[in-house]
Design a protein around this ligand. Structure first.
Ligand code: NI
Length: 168
């Protein structure tokens, strides 16, 4: 296992929709182990494949009950509302209170190829929404209102300029 570099905004891999996983094998299992290690090291509660530069539809997470892997996830139903201070390892150091559905019904497949069918609430539901957004090519910046988004993009642009100067 090894730590993987996490891609950050505006890396285009983060805004490119991922493709379905067609083969579950030892290489995928090993990659998921490294992603779980990377997620804990960050630290974060979820990590989508395209955040480490792999354009395939799977994510890892831990909502407090140990690490899990979800392959080819689909959200089939949502209900209710829940506000949570949401951040993202690909937009480091920023966070916003965001209201989204409080209950999420997710289907997918695990690393053994068995079907997953989970109805989640609160933090686990939020992770499912956030990670499937990633796999669809969306960042939480897309979930902000217009003013918040403009301010966030200005801050991120400023950071890139400062980083750019340091690199020169
Ligand atoms: Ni994220």
């Amino acid at each position: 296992m090894s730590l993987l570099p996490i891609r950050v905004f505006p890396d285009p891999v983060l805004t490119t929709p991922t493709t379905e996983v067609t083969e579950i094998d030892g290489a995928l299992a090993a990659l998921c182990d490294s992603m779980i290690e990377t997620m804990y090291d960050a630290p974060g509660v979820g990590l989508a494949a395209n955040q480490i530069g792999v354009g395939q539809r799977f994510f890892v997470y831990d909502a407090g009950e140990g690490p899990r892997v979800v392959i080819n996830p689909r959200i089939v139903e949502t209900s209710g509302e829940w506000e949570y201070d949401e951040g993202c390892l690909s937009v480091p150091g920023m966070g916003w209170p965001i209201t989204r559905p409080g209950t999420v019904h997710l289907v997918g497949v695990d690393l053994e190829g068995r079907g997953l069918d989970v109805v989640a609430t609160e933090l686990e539901a939020r992770i499912f929404l956030h990670e499937t957004d990633h796999l669809d090519g969306h960042l939480l910046l897309d979930r902000l209102d217009e003013d918040e988004r403009r301010e966030a993009l200005r801050e991120l642009r400023g950071r890139r300029l400062r980083l750019g100067r340091r690199a020169d």
